[in-house]
Design a protein around this ligand. Structure first.
Ligand code: SF4
Length: 411
C-alpha cells in the first residue's frame, strides 16, 4: 500500500516552495562537477545570486543541453522536490471576435466571419455547467470584443460565482483588461477592482508575447505596450490578485530579447510580488501566419524552459503548457525545470486552432501517467497554489512501467 502525505497548505506568495530551498540547492549543486565555462553560473545559482543576461546567453550557447538541464533541475528540485502540480480546470473562450489581428493569432474573427461567436452569459454558464462537477477552475480568455464593456464581464463572473461558488475564475489577459478599461472609460485599477468584486480571482498572464515594443509592433500591433503589460499586472498584485506571466517565443525575436523579457518579469516581481507561475510557449506555425517566424525546435523548447527556471529566481512555478507543447515535450520539460502541468483542461480552442494536437480529454490518470513517467509525484493543487494533495493513481495502467521514469533524470 502506497504511503501518502497528508494534504498541506501554503500562502499564495510562497506558493508551496520549500522554505529551506536555498540551503537544499547549495547542497545539490557543486560547481566543480560542471564544465569550466558553467562554473561561475553554477556558483551563482547555488549561492542565491541572480544570473545576468550575459549568463543567460552562455546557457543558450552552451553545447551540452544536459548540463543546462542539470542546473535547472536542481533549482526546481530544491524548491519542490519531486512534486509536480496540476489542477482540474476547463477552458471556456467567451468570444473570438477581436478588433486586433495579431500576426500569430489563428483564433480571432471579425463580425463578418461565418464562424465568429460571442457567448451569451447563459451559454457561458451552460459550457461551465458541463464540467462543473469535475473542475475547480474556469480559465477564460478571448478576443477584444468591439462592443462588450465591463458590465458584460461583471455579469459573467457574478453569474458563475452565484451558480458555482467554489469555482475559481482565472480570466482575461492584460490586453483584455486594457481594452475593457478603455472601452468603459475606467482606470486599470478601477477596472480590476470591479472585476474582482464581481468574482474574478486571478489573471492567467497571456499576451506578454515578447516584452519588446519593436517586436510587438510587428507581431501584435495595437496590443498593450511592454510597460502597460507590466503595469496591469502590478495593479492586480496591488489588490492581492495573483497572476501568471507568459512568453511566446520562436517568432522573430532574438535570444537577447527573450532574456530581456525574463529580466523585466523578475524585476516586476521584485516590486509587486504577485506572479505565481511563468508559462513559456513556442509559436505554433501554419502556412498562413507569420511565415518569417524562426520557430523553436524541441531542444530549444527544453533549453528555454531550463533557462527560464534559472533566470526567474523569484517566480515560484514554471509551467509546461501541454496545450501548446504536447504531452511528450511536456513530460520531458519536467526534467528541465518545469514543476507544473496545465490541468485536466477539458476543452480549449486557441492553441488547437493554431495547430495543437494535444488530447483534450485528459483525465487525472493520464496527467498522473505523464508525471510518473518523468520520475515525479503528481500533486493536485488549487488555483492559488495554497492547498495541495498528493494524487494516488488507482488505475494500474497509470503506474510507471518498470524501467521508465528514471532514465532521463538529470540529477
Ligand atoms: S492574440 Fe488576442 S488580441 Fe491578438 S488578434 Fe488574437 S484574440 Fe485578438
Amino acid at each position: 500500500m502506497q504511503k501518502t502525505r497528508q494534504p498541506w497548505s501554503s500562502d499564495q506568495y510562497s506558493a508551496g516552495i520549500n522554505p529551506e530551498w536555498q540551503m537544499v540547492l547549495a547542497n545539490l549543486l557543486s560547481p566543480q562537477k560542471f564544465p569550466l565555462e558553467l562554473q561561475d553560473i553554477v556558483n551563482k545559482v547555488s549561492t542565491g545570486q541572480r544570473l545576468s543576461i550575459e549568463d543567460g546567453l552562455i546557457l543558450y550557447n552552451h553545447p551540452s543541453l544536459t548540463d543546462v538541464a542539470r542546473i535547472a533541475n536542481a533549482a526546481r528540485q530544491a524548491r519542490f522536490s519531486n512534486d509536480v502540480f496540476f489542477n482540474h480546470n476547463v477552458h471556456v473562450n467567451q468570444t473570438n471576435l477581436c478588433i486586433l489581428s495579431c500576426k500569430f493569432c489563428a483564433f480571432s474573427r471579425t463580425k463578418k466571419s461565418a464562424d465568429a461567436y460571442a457567448l451569451s452569459i447563459d451559454d457561458y454558464l451552460q459550457q461551465i455547467s458541463l464540467y462543473a462537477p469535475f473542475v475547480d477552475e474556469v480559465h477564460t480568455v478571448g478576443g477584444l470584443h468591439p462592443d462588450w464593456g465591463i458590465e458584460q464581464y461583471e455579469g459573467m463572473f457574478s453569474a458563475v460565482k452565484k451558480m458555482f461558488p467554489n469555482i475559481h475564475i482565472k480570466a482575461l489577459t492584460a490586453v483584455e483588461v486594457n481594452h475593457l478599461s478603455v472601452i468603459s472609460g475606467l482606470g486599470v485599477s478601477e477596472t480590476l477592482i470591479r472585476l474582482r468584486d464581481a468574482g474574478l480571482d486571478s489573471l492567467p498572464g497571456g499576451g506578454a508575447e515578447i516584452l519588446d515594443d519593436s517586436i510587438r509592433d510587428i507581431i501584435c500591433r495595437g496590443k498593450e505596450t511592454t510597460a502597460e503589460y507590466l503595469e496591469i499586472h502590478r495593479c492586480a498584485h496591488e489588490i492581492g490578485m495573483p497572476t501568471n506571466c507568459t512568453m511566446l517565443y520562436g517568432t522573430i525575436e532574438t535570444i537577447e530579447q527573450r532574456l530581456n523579457h525574463l529580466d523585466l518579469l523578475r524585476r516586476q516581481q521584485d516590486e509587486s510580488g504577485g506572479f505565481q507561475c511563468f508559462v513559456p510557449y513556442p509559436f505554433l506555425p501554419d502556412s498562413s501566419r507569420l511565415p518569417e517566424a524562426q520557430l523553436a525546435t524541441g531542444t530549444e523548447i527544453l533549453r528555454t524552459m531550463a533557462i527560464s527556471r534559472l533566470m526567474l529566481d523569484n517566480i515560484p512555478h514554471l509551467k509546461a503548457y501541454r496545450m501548446n507543447l504536447g504531452d511528450e515535450i511536456s513530460e520531458l520539460a519536467l526534467q528541465f525545470g518545469a514543476d507544473d502541468l496545465d490541468g485536466t483542461v477539458q476543452q480549449e480552442s486557441i492553441m488547437h486552432l493554431a495547430g495543437s494536437t494535444t488530447p483534450l480529454d485528459s483525465d487525472m490518470s493520464q496527467l498522473a501517467k505523464i508525471i510518473y513517467n518523468a520520475g515525479k509525484i503528481p500533486i493536485l493543487r488549487n488555483s492559488k497554489y495554497t492547498n495541495f494533495t498528493e494524487y494516488i493513481a488507482t488505475d494500474p495502467k497509470t503506474k510507471p512501467l518498470k524501467g521508465k521514469g528514471v532514465s532521463l533524470r538529470v540529477i
